[in-house]
Structures are given as structure tokens and as C-alpha cells.
Write a protein that binds this ligand. Structure first.
Ligand code: NAD
Length: 416
């Protein structure tokens, strides 16, 4: 899969939706290009006194429907194309679920596990200072993603607030509760995936209770998805992280596994429960009712899509399925509930967090979860409905809704 460019994936999907909608190329040309891309070289003094410099990025794909919104990723292999693709997916995701944001994404090319906490904090402070000219509560609002968490968001709030000279909690979402975070945000992406999985299984004529499930990735998204899907009475037979997969045909002991991996403290390869060890490739091709890829992009691709036996895929990660794999899965009749719908719970509750920050009035967790569920249910019904009506894949259905909303906004503004 070398040479794979996820931005090509974005363009292909956009093109397909625009054609079905009958748009002229001039209607959506704007959406093919990220509005603004910033590359920075971020210095940090290491604990041994040396200075290292890491590449950092912040891309604002679109601010047509509102401020750019999207996570910050810390991973050694990130590059501008990947960040641009992730930013574009945020534009479409926010449009699908109807929240008033555009799309953005940022990244630092660093392996956070190789830095001490002090080094990571200082690196985050430098990075924040260097992207501060383009982020802000009214312009571009980062959040956690792969390799970052609430603590990192707390350092960003503090640095940005120092630069501005007054408290600025709304500059990021996914922050600690003490700094203005929202109740329910930590679990929101996994909760949204669970709601969507339930809706999709129901639309296919079956219940989540008793369904067999495999989840790839045991980070924020994968672990909460496994927890809540298990709590719905499904039989989670396999989960994995970067070190290994584990399998038990009778169902894994999810609460015990979650305690074992909580907060990234242990890798599954060291788990001692009643399980069979399998690799990630085997996990993806298990014969299950539901597969949730919740690790990284590009995991289901032209090399393995033909071997997929799951009856339904609900995308937890961003971009886990390549365009080539999508076509193969469509041919096999396996529905794929796309990332821009399935994992939108995180950005929905990020939006709720930002609203609470702006109002300076905080909601209880039940209110957050109820509003999330209502919004995810509505988004699923409209996407599923249009996919059925137009006889297209669920992914194309989601893009039809998103692209239409954005192009209509461009028209209203007189931009096209
Ligand atoms: P995380 O860093 O908390 O966890 C990632 C997990 O994936 C870890 O268990 C890691 O071991 C595993 N992993 C990494 N590389 C792997 C590989 N090559 N094979 C198998 N497993 C691998 O990240 P996260 O926040 O859970 O995000 C996971 C995905 O979900 C990303 O694509 C992210 O963009 C997307 N996402 C995250 C959120 C959020 O709220 N955190 C919201 C929407 C989408």
C-alpha cells in the first residue's frame, strides 16, 4: 500500500457525491483545496539539555459553515497530505451531523511514548505558541486525536490563555472538566459508535443484543466502543491494539480487559486472561456480525478487503477503509457505516462543550448523552434514508448530505 495518499480518497468520494447531486465542477472546486495550511518547526529542550525540532501542522480545510474544528494528532509518521485528508473529513463530518463548524486537523510528527511528560508538555506549549496565530474559539478549535488526550488539551488552554492574557477555555475541546471540559466528552465517540451500530443493525433487521463483534484498537475510541457495545448485550469476541489481537469465541471479559489497558498502561500482548492471541490481520477477517476498525486509517485495503467476512462495518477510526476496499466491500454486499457519520459523536459533544464554554453554563451528563443520542439518531436516519432512496452506499449517502449542505452554504454566501 506504499504511495497511498488519503487525500485522493477524499477527492474520489467528493467527486462521486457531487456527480450524483448533478453539480458542475465549479460548484465544488473550492472543496477540493484546503483553505489554509500551516507548517511549523517546533523546538523543544529535552531533559538531557539537547534541543530537538519536530515538524508540526495545522490545516483548515474549510470554514464555510463555521470555525474549523478537528483534532490534534501526535504520531511519528504524519505528513501534510494525511493531515489535509483528516481536515477534509472533519468538514464533511460536521456537515453530516449538522453542527455549525468547518473542518481542520493538526499534527506533530512525534512519538509521544518516547518523550518524558515534561518534554511533551514543553513541546505542546511551543507548538501551541506557533499555531496560535490561526487557532482560537472563533476561528479554529483543536481537540484530542491519536496520541493526544485531555491533559494535552489542558496545556494548550493554559498556553493560549497566557498568550491572550485572559482565560480562553473555548480554544480547544476535550479538555479536563476542571478547565471547562464537558461531562460525557471522554466517552462521546465510542457512545456515538454504539448508537450508530445499534441503528445500523436494526436497519438490517437484527438486534445488537447477542451480536458477535470485533474491535480493532483499544485507545479512546476502541475501548469505549467495546465497553458500551458489550454493555448493550453484544458478544465482543475479539479486540486488538498495536501489539496484538486477542480472541475468545465465547466472548471476551471486556470489563477486565478495559481495566488492564486503562489509560494506555498495558499492551494486550501482556494480558493473561482466557484468550487466544491473533494478529490484527486475523481480527479484521473474523466472521462476526459487526467489525469496528478503531485504530488508524488504511487498515481495510485492497490487500485484505476480499477476505473480510463481517456482516457490517462501523468505522470508528477516520479513513480506515480505502476507496479500493470500499468498492470490493460493496461488491460483497457488506454495508460500511462511514467514519464521518459513525465516529461523529466526539465532535458533537465537542460542539456541546464549546457551547457550554460560550454560555458559561454547564449541563449534566444525562443532558449531554440525551442530546448526543438524539442528534446521532437523526443523522443516521437521514443518511440511511438517502442511501436507500438513491441506491448508493451508506458512505456515498453521507457525502450526498454533507456536500449538499456545504455547496448550498457557498451559494447563499455568493461564493459560487
Ligand atoms: P488512541 O491513540 O487513543 O488509540 C489508538 C489505538 O489503536 C491504540 O490501542 C493503538 O495501540 C492502536 N493502534 C495503533 N496503530 C495500530 C495498528 N497499526 N494496528 C492495530 N492497532 C493499532 O487513538 P483514538 O483517539 O482512539 O483514535 C483512534 C482513531 O479514531 C483515529 O483514526 C482517530 O482519528 C479516530 N477518532 C478519534 C476520536 C476521538 O474522540 N478520540 C474521534 C473521532 C475519530
Amino acid at each position: 500500500m506504499s504511495g497511498y495518499n488519503p487525500y485522493d480518497n477524499v477527492l474520489a468520494t467528493l467527486e462521486r457525491a457531487a456527480n450524483i447531486l448533478g453539480y458542475e465542477p465549479s460548484d465544488y472546486e473550492i472543496l477540493k483545496h484546503p483553505e489554509r495550511s500551516l507548517k511549523v518547526a517546533v523546538p523543544v529542550r529535552m531533559d538531557d539539555g539537547s534541543v530537538k525540532v519536530f515538524d508540526g501542522y495545522r490545516v483548515q480545510h474549510s470554514t464555510v459553515r463555521g470555525p474549523a474544528k478537528g483534532g490534534l494528532r501526535y504520531h511519528p509518521d504524519v505528513n501534510l497530505m494525511e493531515v489535509s485528508a483528516l481536515a477534509a473529513w472533519m468538514t464533511f463530518k460536521c456537515a453530516v451531523v449538522g453542527i455549525p463548524y468547518g473542518g481542520g486537523k493538526g499534527a506533530l510528527a512525534v512519538d509521544p511514548s518516547k518523550l518524558s511528560k515534561n518534554e511533551l508538555k514543553n513541546l505542546t506549549r511551543s507548538f501551541t505558541t506557533m499555531i496560535a496565530p490561526i487557532i482560537g474559539p472563533e476561528t479554529d478549535i483543536p481537540a484530542p486525536d491519536l496520541g493526544t488526550n485531555a491533559e494535552v488539551m489542558g496545556w494548550i488552554v493554559d498556553t493560549y490563555s497566557m498568550l491572550k492574557g485572559y482565560p480562553n477555555p473555548g480554544v480547544v475541546t476535550g479538555k479536563p472538566i476542571e478547565l471547562g471540559g464537558s461531562l460525557g466528552r471522554g466517552e462521546a465517540t465510542g457512545r456515538g459508535i454504539t448508537i450508530t451500530a445499534k441503528n445500523a443493525l436494526k436497519a438490517l433487521g437484527r438486534e445488537i443484543k447477542g451480536a458477535t463483534v470485533a474491535v480493532q484498537g483499544m485507545g479512546n475510541v476502541g475501548s469505549v466502543s467495546a465497553k458500551l457495545i458489550h454493555a448493550e448485550g453484544a458478544k465482543v469476541v475479539a479486540v486488538s491494539d498495536i501489539s496484538t489481537g486477542i480472541y475468545n469465541a465465547g466472548g471476551l471479559n471486556i470489563p477486565e480487559i478495559l481495566t488492564f489497558v486503562a489509560g494506555g498502561k498495558n499492551l494486550l500482548k501482556d494480558y493473561k486472561g482466557d484468550v487466544e492471541f491473533i494478529d490484527n490481520a486475523q481480527l479484521l477477517t473474523l466472521d462476526v456480525d459487526l467489525l469496528v476498525p478503531a485504530a488508524m486509517e488504511n487498515m481495510i485495503n485492497g490487500d485484505n478487503a476480499r477476505d473480510i467476512r463481517a456482516k457490517l462495518i462501523v468505522e470508528g477510526a477516520n479513513g480506515p477503509t480505502t476507496v479500493e476496499a470500499d468498492a470490493i466491500l460493496e461488491g460483497k454486499g457488506i454495508p460500511v457505516i462511514p467514519d464521518i457519520l459513525a465516529n461523529a459523536g466526539g465532535v458533537v459533544v465537542s460542539y456541546f462543550e464549546w457551547v457550554q464554554n460560550n454560555q458559561k453554563f454547564y449541563w449534566d451528563e444525562e443532558t449531554v448523552n440525551q442530546r448526543l443520542e438524539a442528534l446521532m439518531n437523526e443523522a443516521f436516519q437521514s443518511v440511511w434514508g438517502i442511501a436507500q432512496e438513491k441506491k448508493v452506499t451508506v458512505r456515498t449517502g453521507a457525502y450526498l448530505i454533507a456536500v449538499k449542505k456545504i455547496v448550498e452554504t457557498l451559494r447563499m454566501k455568493g461564493s459560487i
